[in-house]
Structure formats: C-alpha cells, structure tokens
Design a protein around this ligand. Structure first.
Ligand SMILES: Cc1ncc(COP(=O)(O)O)c(C=O)c1O
Length: 469
C-alpha cells in the first residue's frame, strides 16, 4: 500500500518546512512568466517532472501555513490521516450526491457527524452535513432559518414577505455574513451590528434594544449569530444568554463555531461553549482546529424537516432518493455533486481518537497561554480576552503594519494585523499542533530584538501593510 511512502514523504516535508522560510518573496509577474515559459499545454511532460516542478513552486511560492511558526488565520498543520484520506477520495472519486451511489461513504460521514453532534449536545434527530467550509455552512444556516420562519420564502422569495428579515451579529462576527445577506437577497443592510462589551462579547441589552426597535419599525427579526471564537480576536459570545433571548423572542440562534467549536473535544475548554447545544444550527470547520486539510466544513441543525425543505430537489435521474432511514445529500444541502469530504475527519478521528484530539487541541491552547505570558513578561500589552490561543498585542508607539513587515522580512513568524476596537494590533493565533514552547520563546525573543532595533522614527512611521502574506 502507498501509505508508507506518503508517511515518509509527509514527515520529510514537515521537517523541511519547519527548517525553511515561512513567507515567499515572489511577485505575480515572476510566477506568470515562469508558467507561460513552461506550460503552453502543447508540449507534454512526464508526470514525474510535473510533480517535481509543482512541488518546487509550492515550496518556494507560498506562505507555509503548516510551519510551526505560522501564527495565522486558522489554517492548520494537517494530520497524515487527512492527507491519506484525500488521496483515497480522489482515487475512488466517490460521489455523495445520493445515498445509493456511495453507501459506505455516506454512512461514514453520517457516523462521524453524529458523533460530533452528540459532543455538541445536539438532539439525536438533528441533521448534519459536510460543507466546503464555514462560509457554505453559514449560508446554509441563513437559508434554513429563512425557510423555517417564512414558509413562503422557498416558492415566492423575499418579495412576498411583509417586511425585511433582519440578522443580529456583532462587528466581530465573520465578515462573510455580508456576502450571505447579499446572496440570499436579504441585502447587506439587513445585518444589524449589535454592540459589544469591554471583552468584545455581544451586548445583550443592545441586542434586546435592537430587536425591539426593528419590530416597532416593521422589520422581521430572524436570527442571531453568536460566534464561538471570533476571527480577529477569538472571543466567545455569551451563548447561554443569547440562546435564552432567542427562545423568548422566537429567533433562530446560529452559533458560528467555525474555529472555536473544536474546543468541545477538550475537557478543560468545553465549558466555554456552554449553550452551543441549544442552538438551532452550528457551523464548525474541521479544516480549522481539527487539523484536516481543506475544505472540510460542517453544518449541524436541529430541524431536519426544514433543512429538507430548504434544499428540496427531485429528479428522475438520481435513483434511490430515500432508502429507509437515509437521506440523499443533494436534497439536504447546497451542494449537488459532492466530494467525500468527511473521510479525512473520520480517518483522523479513527487514528487519534477523542483523547488524541483533546491532547492536540489542548496543546495549542497551552501554547497560546505560553505566548500570552511571554509577551506580557517582556512588556507587550494584550488587548483581547479569550481562553483560545489567539493573542492580540501591541506596545507603546508600535505601528503593527510596519512591525509585521519587518517580522515577515526576517522570517521570524507569520502573524497578521487586526483591530481591537479602534486600536490596530498584531494578531497571533496558534493553529499548528507542531508549535512548541521553544518556537514561542524564539519568536518572542526575536520580536523583542526587532522592537529594540527599531528606532523612534520607524515606530512613528505610517504602517505599510503586511508585505506579501
Ligand atoms: C468565525 C468564522 N466563521 C466562518 C469562517 C469562514 O470559514 P471558511 O473560510 O471555511 O469558509 C471563518 C473563517 O476564518 C471564521 O473565522
């Protein structure tokens, strides 16, 4: 079997990446010229040669998101099992549009999702599907919520409603809801930005005020987005209280736990997600903190009949529409032809078990604490508050954009710029199970050295963005 070769290639790649640069310096012009000179698609090449060439490009011309010092945007170091799974999926090219074509694959996904749904505390009859990512899962949530609240929406669209449905979230929620509001026809102005408290969590009284005001003005409050692990600052909204409010008001609660949801597998972290099991729907991405390769999102919903209505489809050419207690994914989700997305999570879970995962995620949470402590000890200010390993920091006079340019140029680590309120900060998120205390120690030392070397003039200069990251 090919697994031994993949294992050794994977180990070699992991160690090469850890030893090598994190950021590329290439320009678009250089890549385009190279591609045009080699690939006119008239001249053919042996596959071996193409593989060597593509690997060379990937090694040199991308941010190495699996580097232990990539402190980035939720892109993980991936498990070997997920790499093997992706190969199997491609080799067999399983089609999961309907159940009858791929019974094994469909049931593997169902089994895996059912296990996770239980961990979240969702009811046993809830439905779950693998998605391309968190954005598709969040889009699904809005479409299903609309379908449940307004039965005419599916046939007649929004124009049949007596007002505009509105969605409540905070400025910290994922920016993709703007696109979703646009795509669903709700319009971006249907989003209501609820204020946050000093910890950047959703402010309940402002939520209450905003919903009441909208009702008075003829709007149709639809749903609240509670985030468990906001993208910029890792904050978890007060899910129990927001859930209680949603029940009182008859609003749909969607918990966007695209990154933070995986904390449910860690005994010492899961209580931070209290209330998530009462949500109407949940997004959780396995391609974030469950360390499988992209794209592997998940959508969980406690209203299977509404999901079936929202994605209803009936065609003569897909046989076996219903076989006993099974469902066809093409009638229960946005996708039609469907890759065997869930195999990588199934195989990773099978290999590492829930204890292995608890250790892997718990390790990253501990590394986040180490980073926080080391930064504080050397005079940096931490501006966000979260139990998750995402640290937003700055220091007097620092211009984050300029600092990041130097950090990246020196290949010290990959970090990004974010804002906490109005304050620009450096954002570092531990997303690799390979990050060690030593990595963090080296990075903080190097950052201190960098700051020590930056003279007053440089500090005061205007930020220049984040280089080519
Ligand atoms: C909270 C949150 N929701 C949704 C998304 C979108 O997920 P994806 O990039 O998988 O579409 C992200 C991405 O970072 C996120 O942080």
């Amino acid at each position: 079997m090919f697994i031994d070769e993949i294992r050794s290639d994977f180990a070699q790649l992991q160690s090469d990446i850890a030893e090598g640069p994190i950021l590329p310096t290439v320009t678009a012009e250089e890549v385009r010229t190279y591609l045009e000179s080699r690939y006119d698609f008239h001249r053919t090449m042996p596959l071996e040669e193409v593989v060597i060439d593509v690997e060379k490009m990937l090694r040199n011309w991308q941010v190495q998101v699996t580097h232990p010092r990539y402190f980035g945007l939720f892109n993980p170091s991936v498990t070997l099992a997920s790499v093997v799974a992706d190969t199997l999926v491609s080799m067999y090219n399983s089609q999961l549009a309907n159940w009858r074509t791929s019974p094994a694959a469909n049931e593997i996904e169902r089994h895996t999702l059912g296990w996770l749904a239980k961990k979240f505390g969702m009811p046993s009859n809830s439905i779950a599907t693998f998605t391309s990512g968190g954005s598709e899962a969040n889009l699904s949530a809005v479409v299903v919520a609309l379908t449940r609240a307004f039965p005419a929406y599916g046939e007649h669209g929004l124009r049949h409603l007596s007002g505009t449905p509105t969605i409540y979230l905070t400025a910290e929620s994922h920016n993709g809801y703007n696109k979703i509001a646009h795509m669903t026809g709700l319009g971006r102005r249907a989003l209501r930005v609820v204020s946050t408290d000093s910890d950047l969590k959703m402010n309940l009284s402002d939520l209450r005020r905003s919903v009441a005001e909208d009702r008075n003005n003829g709007f149709l409050p639809l749903m609240v987005i509670g985030t468990a692990g906001t993208t910029a600052t890792g904050v978890i909204d007060p899910l129990v209280e927001v859930g209680q409010f949603c029940r009182e008001e008859g609003l749909w609660l969607h918990v966007d736990a695209a990154w933070g949801g995986s904390a449910i597998l860690v005994p010492s972290l899961k209580h931070y997600l209290d209330g998530i099991g009462d949500a109407d729907s949940i997004t959780c991405d396995a391609h974030k903190w469950l360390s499988v390769s992209m794209g592997c999102g998940m959508f969980f919903c406690r209203h299977p009949e509404t999901v079936a209505e929202a994605f209803r489809a009936d065609v003569s050419y897909l046989s076996g529409k219903k076989t006993g207690p099974v469902f066809d994914p093409y009638t229960n989700s946005a996708q039609w032809s469907r890759r065997f997305i869930g195999l990588k999570l199934f195989m990773s879970l099978a290999q590492q078990g829930s204890d292995g995962y608890a250790e892997m995620i718990g390790h990253q949470a501990r590394m986040g604490n180490v980073l926080r402590d080391e930064l504080k000890a050397s005079g940096w200010s931490i501006l966000n508050s979260t139990p998750l390993p995402l640290v937003c920091f700055t220091r007097d006079g620092l211009v984050p954009g300029k600092f990041l340019t130097s950090l990246h140029k020196n290949q010290i680590a990959w970090m990004s710029e974010a804002r906490v309120g109005d304050i620009p900060v450096v954002r570092a998120c531990i997303t690799s199970y390979r990050t060690t205390e030593r990595d963090i120690h080296c990075v903080v030392n190097e950052m201190n050295r960098l700051v020590g070397n930056m003279d007053e003039k440089q500090f005061a200069a205007t930020g220049q963005g984040q280089g080519n990251a």
